[in-house]
Design a protein around this ligand. Structure first.
Ligand code: SF4
Ligand code: SF4
Length: 146
């Protein structure tokens, strides 16, 4: 007990090795540090593999009626596991893990609700697109039969 107290007292006068992140940004990143996910729409082939591979669902594509897709990433939900990059057929071009540090949300940012709205809209956009495709297929079939 006395030994432990002596050790604790001695530690008070030793140099501090921790950083008060995010108030102090001066952090030395380790090799292979996994930070924020970055994306290039120009290189993406919209295969959705990243979305399917993401455990917390922090990548979600919105399906536009013209067939194009819109990417959105939730940096606050991301657990920096890198599964999306591993699943991507164009890692390093369409999707990559940068050395950018995680973001901390401010009180003013409504990150969760904004994301829920996006998720619902994206799910709806896919249902609408699937229904549109089904109707077009059915119409084609009927035209073929008549
Ligand atoms: S790093 Fe992991 S949690 Fe973050 S977007 Fe990729 S798969 Fe999802
Ligand atoms: S896995 Fe890669 S290529 Fe496929 S949608 Fe995601 S970013 Fe685009």
């Amino acid at each position: 007990m006395i030994k432990a107290m002596m050790q604790a007292f001695t530690n008070l006068f030793k140099p501090v090795h921790t950083v008060k992140y995010p108030f102090e940004e001066d952090v030395v990143l380790p090799k292979d540090y996994r930070g924020l996910i970055e994306y290039s729409e120009d290189d993406c082939i919209f295969c959705d593999k990243c979305e399917k591979a993401c455990p917390p669902k922090s990548i979600v594509f919105y399906q536009h009626p013209d067939g194009s897709k819109e990417y959105k990433y939730n940096a606050w939900l991301c657990i920096y596991c890198g599964e999306c990059v591993r699943a991507c057929p164009k890692p390093g071009e369409a999707l990559w893990q940068s050395e950018k540090k995680p973001l901390s949300a401010t009180k003013e940012q409504d990150v969760n609700n904004e994301w829920f709205v996006w998720q619902r809209a994206a799910a709806e956009s896919r249902e609408n697109h699937a229904a549109m495709k089904k109707a077009a297929k059915e119409k084609k079939r009927q035209e073929k039969e008549s």
